[in-house]
Design a protein around this ligand. Structure first.
Ligand code: IRN
Ligand code: FE2
Length: 579
């Protein structure tokens, strides 16, 4: 287990307080050389707090437990027994589920009777829950704004009553743009420890939610370890596990197998679930002429089922029942884009838009059940079609939050799709997408490792923050301004510590100027001491001050002096020494 050091970030953990003593909202405080400090949103959880002893076998402290219990609208019950097939093992394979989380003995909760226990239900009844207040403090906005946006369905708070370890967060376009990181083993690679480690690693770099997309063996156990140790909401795609339970044969799937899988995951504490309920039988032929057909895993599973049975998608026909289940645990729908384009040639085509209209219809059904909803979006979309895509989503899905995978703006750069897609992600978030699903450099090529997770996260935090600035989110630009001041004033340590990735900024500077004095020098090796524009600007200001001139006058008179100097040297200039 990686212990994350706060000192390597050049910052310290701090907590803001709310109206009650058990409300401690984590923040990252960067203390500057000037004595000022900059306080930043922090997703890294207790792992970056030296005062908290984290033990993966025991799990994180359940920060929401008291709030859930106090509402007295949920009850403990004996959940479904865990069976071999829940762990991706074939029925009859009766090996012990020895990897199941050791913190054990927990019984799941669900709504008592028919009580409404969703944040949407509370918001509609006018209640500001502790979760909403926590979010208000975290985002620096009024609690009433949080409640009102949730009540309108324009924002969601993914917070299963069985995941009290998670620190409340919100997904909605009036709030900071969020980033999801996908992790998960496949049948061919990686272990439980590696997946837990990837989760903490992703949150260390700013992941606001994590989706566990594990397939193959140990699905149930892997998820249990991740949930008990995750400070952020966890999402899943239950159809993947359901498919494992029927031996990987899509046509053998049934509503019953799917329903049991959803309940199992609700009991474990999954906060939001991707449900590909918009892939209707009649839409499947619309993909026949596409360049890249159906590229969504869940979408292709459901299309295969529909074709094999020549029946309507059971996720669609049983949607109301699914709402009843999710409602009892406050699990949020993430309505899947099973027909998203897999190439820019297929962007915004009829298959994609037909599915989007159906997702809009299902949004209304979920809201009738007080269940929170967000809508998944593409995929691969060229820049000129991005705005149209967001505008259509907002209109057809009644402003439910949009959650998009990229989109990739070009298909020509395998190996660099964190970049092709971060361009689209920045644009789509600026136009109104509330959460971005990251894409790593390994997209289309293989399972991401630790470095890929970090590269994907950094690319997406840049996209999200650039959108926050463009949208004029209150306070977003203060971070840029603090960094710019540090840069202009040659406070190198402050510049590193304020950086999105302090480690890389510092090590790049060290490559050419490792000595301690260079960390206060008024230049770097990019332009050298004589050609540093920032230093020259500062010289201009000083020159002006000494002579009582404005900057413009100073430049004028400075240029005249320089010209004289230049001719005096016989028209030669001295080039900087670049190491
Ligand atoms: C996000 C937006 N559109 C798709 N996603 C994510 O893609 C989704 O949340 C899940 O994490 C991942 C894989 O989805 P498919 O391929 O099963 O649709
Ligand atoms: Fe793709």
């Amino acid at each position: 287990m990686t212990v994350l050091s706060t000192t390597s970030m050049g910052s310290r953990k701090t907590y803001l307080t709310g109206s009650r003593p058990d409300m401690r909202v984590p923040m990252r405080e960067v203390v500057l050389g000037t004595g000022d400090s900059v306080v930043l949103y922090d997703t890294s959880g207790p792992y970056t707090d030296p005062a908290v002893d984290t033990d993966v076998r025991a799990g994180l402290p359940p920060v929401r437990a008291a709030w859930i219990a106090e509402r007295a609208d949920t009850e403990h019950y004996d959940g479904r027994p865990v069976r071999a097939e829940d762990d991706g093992r074939r029925p009859g394979d009766l090996r012990n589920l020895d990897a199941v989380f050791a913190g054990g003995g927990r019984r799941p909760r669900r709504a008592a009777g028919n009580a409404g226990v969703t944040q949407l239900g509370y918001a509609r009844r006018g209640l500001v829950t502790p979760e909403m207040e926590f979010i208000a403090v975290r985002e620096g906005v009024p609690a009433e704004q949080v409640r009102a946006e949730v009540a309108r369905g324009r924002a969601v708070i993914p917070a299963n009553v069985n995941h009290p370890e998670a620190e409340p967060m919100i997904i909605g376009r009036e709030f900071l743009v969020k980033v999801n990181a996908n992790i998960g083993n496949s049948a061919v690679a990686s272990s439980i420890e590696e997946e837990v480690d990837k989760m903490t690693w992703a949150t260390r770099w700013g992941a606001d939610t994590v989706m566990d997309l594990s397939t193959g063996r140990n699905i149930h156990s892997t998820r249990e370890w991740i949930l008990r140790n995750s400070p952020v909401p966890i999402g899943t795609v239950p159809i993947y596990q359901a498919l494992e339970k029927v031996g990987g044969k899509a046509e053998e799937l049934s509503w019953e197998v799917y329903r049991d899988t959803v309940i199992e995951q609700c009991e474990q504490g999954v906060d939001y679930m991707t449900v590909h309920a918009g892939v209707l039988l009649r839409y499947v032929p619309l993909t026949a002429k596409r360049k890249t057909g159906i590229v969504s895993r869940g979408g292709s599973i459901m299309a295969a089922w529909c074709l094999a049975h020549h029946e309507e998608n059971f996720l669609y026909t049983r949607f109301a029942e699914l709402c009843e289940i999710l409602r009892a645990y406050d699990v949020t729908f993430s309505l899947g884009d099973g027909l998203r384009p897999g190439s820019i040639a297929d962007a915004n085509d009829e298959a994609q838009l037909a599915e989007l209209r159906t997702l809009g219809e299902l949004t209304t059904v979920a809201w009738e059940h007080d269940v929170q909803v967000m809508i998944e979006g593409p995929g691969h979309v060229p820049m000129n079609k991005i705005k149209e895509n967001v505008d259509l989503q907002l209109e057809l899905c009644h402003e439910a939050p949009f959650y998009t995978l990229g989109p990739l703006t070009t298909d020509i750069a395998p190996g660099y799709d964190h970049i092709t897609s971060a361009i689209g992600a920045a644009m789509i978030a600026w136009h109104g997408t509330a959460m971005l699903c990251y894409v790593t450099p390994k997209e289309h090529l293989g399972l991401p490792d630790r470095d890929d997770v970090k590269d994907g996260m950094i690319a997406y935090k840049i996209a999200a923050h650039a959108a926050d600035v463009a949208k004029g989110h209150p306070g977003a630009q203060a971070w840029d301004d603090a960094l710019s001041d540090a840069r202009f004033e040659f406070r190198w340590e402050d510049q590193f510590n304020l950086a999105l990735d302090p480690d890389t900024a510092r090590s790049m500077h060290d490559e050419t100027l490792p000595a301690a004095p260079a960390k206060t020098a008024h230049f770097c090796s990019m332009c050298g001491p004589h050609f540093c524009s920032m230093r020259i600007s500062q010289d201009v200001r000083r020159y002006a001050e000494e002579r009582g001139l404005t900057s413009e006058e100073a430049i004028e008179s400075g240029l005249r002096e320089k010209a004289a100097e230049f001719t005096a040297h016989g028209g030669r200039i001295q080039l900087p020494v670049v190491p």
